[in-house]
Design a protein around this ligand. Structure first.
Ligand code: PEP
Ligand code: MN
Length: 342
């Protein structure tokens, strides 16, 4: 259920609504909007009468949310969610580029990439310190040493760090070092991990499970939000189909319906989505055109020598060309860009 306050509602009137929700044994979630506040609630609301709230001062209406996902739903919150970070706002009018190597490979490599990205105005560096690899014999990432390298890159260049958390065991460490915590496709339905990042106070980038429906994906976001962390970024990264011309099938057709169903920002990862570097820029352009709020791109100083995902990783000159074209497109689509034009 959603209690919509009048634009003139006072903080005391909003607090009264929170108290009444708690008295019903439910959890209130205040959702401030551009003109008015709405208060969502989670728990078993089936027997709660909307009239209980409608008689309270400052309340406009109380409505039942029909979707199984509540806090993530557009029904609950009409305005697009904008996530405020020290590295720029994510969502709504801005199209944000996050880029970096698949894995943290060493200090020199990460610093070189971070310096290059900052020289182009890119404010977010992606790189995995903990890597979910299909084979146990493949490079597994640098772990805690990798997190320290990422922190050093941020300290030296001012770039924000996006890095994957694979298990609850390392949650505190990743929360401490990351500016955005990534949850990978293989963990989209790892419910204990989702509950744990629901308690984190850093934004979470939630990759779509490789065989997840839109509803399952939004239910995963709901787990995080129900824990009190409302800063969730969804990221499409390709799903498993019969095709064998690309690593995954990048499902850009999910973006328009996702925009209807949820107020959360939606990113696209064309690198994992295609698996082949030549296909990354075209799908990055298509992502912007389809309404995505940003992209996650694998870039490396020497992709052929990358320790993971080299085949889908672009080099600096391809990245420059792609960024230039994205800037032109962003203007055409009336979007701001992070990075801003240089
Ligand atoms: C990654 O971003 O490096 C990654 C492992 O992604 P995914 O979880 O989408 O495979
Ligand atoms: Mn990768």
């Amino acid at each position: 259920m959603l209690v919509v306050m009048r634009p003139s509602a006072t903080p005391a009137e909003i607090n009264r609504v929170l108290e009444v929700i708690r008295a019903q044994g439910l959890e209130p979630h205040p959702l401030p909007g551009a003109t008015r506040t709405a208060v969502g609630m989670t728990g078993n609301t089936t027997s709660v009468d909307p009239a209980l709230f409608e008689v309270l001062p400052g309340v406009d209406e109380a409505i039942r949310v029909t979707k199984p996902f509540k806090l993530a739903s557009r029904e609950m919150k009409k305005d697009d969610t904008v996530i405020h970070t020290p590295f720029g706002e994510i969502g709504s009018k801005t199209f944000t580029v996050i880029a970096g190597p698949c894995s943290v490979e060493g200090e020199e490599n990460v610093l070189r990439t971070a310096e290059y990205l900052m020289s182009r105005g890119v404010k977010f560096l992606r790189a995995g310190a903990f890597k979910p690899r299909t084979s146990p014999y493949s490079f597994q990432g640098m772990g805690h040493d990798g997190l320290k390298i990422l922190a050093k890159a941020r300290e030296k260049t001012g770039i924000g760090v996006v890095t994957e958390l694979m298990d609850t065991e390392n949650a505190s460490a990743v929360e401490e070092y990351a500016d955005v915590i990534q949850i990978g496709t293989r963990n989209m339905q790892n419910f204990s991990l989702l509950k744990r990042v629901g308690k984190c106070r850093k934004p979470v980038l939630l990759k779509r499970g490789m065989s997840a429906t839109l509803e399952e994906w939004l239910m995963a976001a709901e787990y995080i939000m129900a824990g009190g962390n409302y800063d969730v970024i969804l990221c499409e990264r390709g799903v498993r189909t019969f095709n064998d011309h690309s690593r995954n099938t990048l499902d850009l057709s999910v973006i328009p319906p996702a925009k209807v169903a949820t107020h959360l920002p939606i990113f696209v990862d064309p690198s994992h989505g295609t698996g082949k570097r030549n296909y990354v820029p075209p799908m990055a352009y298509a992502s912007l055109a389809a309404g995505a709020d940003g992209i996650l791109i694998e870039v490396h100083p020497d992709p052929d020598r990358a320790l993971s995902d080299g085949a889908q990783t672009i080099n600096f000159s391809s990245f420059d060309e792609m960024l230039g074209r994205l800037r032109v497109m962003a203007e055409l689509f009336g979007r701001g860009m992070n990075p801003l034009g240089k």
